[in-house]
Design a protein. Sequence first.
Length: 269
Amino acid sequence: MRDARHFSRVKKVPQVEQWSAFALETIAALNQAVAESGEAIEGNYCHFDGQPISGTVAPDPRRTAKRNVLRAAVAHCREALEIGFNAGHSAVIMLDSNRELQLTAVDIGTHRYGRTCADIIARRYPGRFRVHWGPSKSILRQLANNKKAEFDFIHIDGSHTVEDVTADMNFLLRRMKKASIAVLDDIRIPHISTLLRWSTRAGYLEEAGEQCTEETDNAALIRTCRPFRITRLIDVALSIGPPISRCKRWVRRLTGLNKRCHSGGPFSA
Ligand SMILES: C[S@@+](CC[C@H](N)C(=O)[O-])C[C@H]1O[C@@H](n2cnc3c(N)ncnc32)[C@H](O)[C@@H]1O
C-alpha cells in the first residue's frame, strides 16, 4: 500500500545518491550524442540549460536531491509515463532505479539529439522503453483512447505553457487511478504551483513528503480516490479562493475571460 511513508528516505538523504555503473555509462552515451548533435542541451535532471556537454561530464551534484525525489517516487511502480523526454536523463534515472519498470515517453521531438538518445535507451534497456513523438496534447489524447495504456506513474516535465501543462494535468487527474504516483517538475513556475496547490486542496492529489526545496523544484504526489469531473477552470478558481485569483493573467485566459484564447475550457476532455 502506498502512502507518504513510502517517500520518507527522500527527506533523510537528499544529498546522497547511488548510480549503477551501467546507468553512468548510459548517461555518458547520451551526453556524447548531445555533444555530437552540436545543439545546446535543454536543462534536465542531470544538467543545467545550455551547460557544455561531452561524454565525460558527470551528472551535476546540485541536482542530486531532485533525482532522489524521482527515484523514491518511482520505486514501487510498474508502468510509467514521462511527458518530456529530452535527451533521456530522467528516463535513465527511472529505469535504473527500478528494474521492473516499463517506461513510455512522450516528447514533441524538436531537439536534434532526441531520437539518437531514445535509440540508445531502447538498446540499453531492451523491451522496457518506448517513445511517442509529438505534442503531448495529441499523444495523450491517443493514449487516453487506448485501453491498454494504463500507467501507475506519471512524470510531467514537458512544455511549460499554461495550456500544455493544464492539458497534461488534465490527463493525470482523469486517467490516474487511486494510489498512482505522479512527479511534477518545475513547480516553482507560478501556474504550475497554482495547479498543484489547487489539485491538492481540492483533494485530487496528496503531497507525498516535503520534497520541494530550491534544489529539487519537483514534487511527488499520490492520486487520491476522488473522481475528477471538473470541466472548467473557473470552478478551479472558485474552489481555491484568493491565491489562485492573484494569478490573474493565466486564470483570465483559461476561464474564458479572454475570449481570444478560450475554446471550451482546459479541463474539458
Ligand atoms: C525539461 S525537458 C525534459 C527533461 C527530461 N525529463 C530529463 O530530465 O531528462 C522538456 C522536454 O519537453 C519537450 N516538450 C516541449 N513541449 C512539448 C509538448 N507540447 N509535448 C511534449 N513534449 C514537449 C521538449 O522537447 C523537451 O525535450
